[in-house]
Design a protein around this ligand. Sequence first.
Ligand code: TXA
Ligand code: MG
Length: 332
Amino acid sequence: MAPQVRPATPEAIAEAGRIIASGGLVAFPTETVYGLGAHALDPMAVARIFEVKQRPRFDPLIVHVADVGMAESLWQFIPAIARQLIQAFWPGPLTLVLPKRAHVPDIVTAGLPTVAVRMPGHPVALALIRAASVPIAAPSANPFGYLSPTRAEHVVAMLGDRVDLILDGGPCPYGVESTVILIEGDRVAVLRPGALPIEDVERMVGPVDIRTRSARPQSPGQLPRHYAPRVPVRIGTYTTIREPPDRHIGYLAWQTPPPVNVDAVEVLSPTGNLREAAARLFDCLHRLEAAGVDVIYAEPVPEVGLGRAIMDRLQRMAHDGTPRGDAEKNCG
Ligand code: TXA
Ligand code: MG
């Protein structure tokens, strides 16, 4: 099957909505990364997501809604603290995990009693959900454990012939996934740092638990090695480079190219802007990998605001304690 990519025109979005409503798969842009979407209340359609992503097991998915009413149809209730966060940050890169209603299929939540929901802040994503008239379950549109796609071209390269339609809405403005937050009573826990800075959440609800590195992952984003390119990643500046001479070295710089010879360089943000760096992170890594390097050195960035999500992703990529297959099997 030839990849079906269409610019996200109103006609293409309407067609994509029909595909979703009738059980098909559509890749679509969000403000964070491209999603691989299916009708969230149709277990067969959701099962195709796992097939196409080649997830080794079923992991809980995020359900995307176009308004708060749709979220209310999935959750049992919305506590006051969640309402506050929704009011402040939806539509946007904030995913909330709360107890689910019985009709939300187990395949969406991997059997958990909770469901993760977010209202994306991208006009194409919102228009697609409205066109489909159903909530859309969507993980990032990449094979399991691999780099997330931030452009339609990434989706084409990784999954092109395996989805019914890819809506091209240009590059994703944030470029890292949403922040995932679990609400239990009046406690707020971050399960995955993401495009919404934790500081913004804390400003609203006070200090939050950080549960992103628990031994028993509650979120695949918590796997030690995840989001990774196919070559090893090491965190360090150019002074730390130690490689055999025949190795091709890729270098992911924070603000300036290194003053030494390497085979391929990408710069995250010449002006030191963390939002720009986050938006470019996966794209730069896709390009370094395409340049055919054997190893990628990535400079650390400041761990504030979006820098936390960037360092979280880099640390997961750099984790080499466990071979990838084993890390996946160990997932909660
Ligand atoms: O930005 C994003 O969130 C993107 C775009 C497409 O919206 N989606 C995304 O989905 O990153 P995915 O499936 O790659 O990641 C979903 C994250 C995982 O870390 C998953 O474990 C967590 O959300 N999650 C989903 N449901 C959960 C639940 N019931 N309890 C705990 N964690 C959950
Ligand atoms: Mg993902």
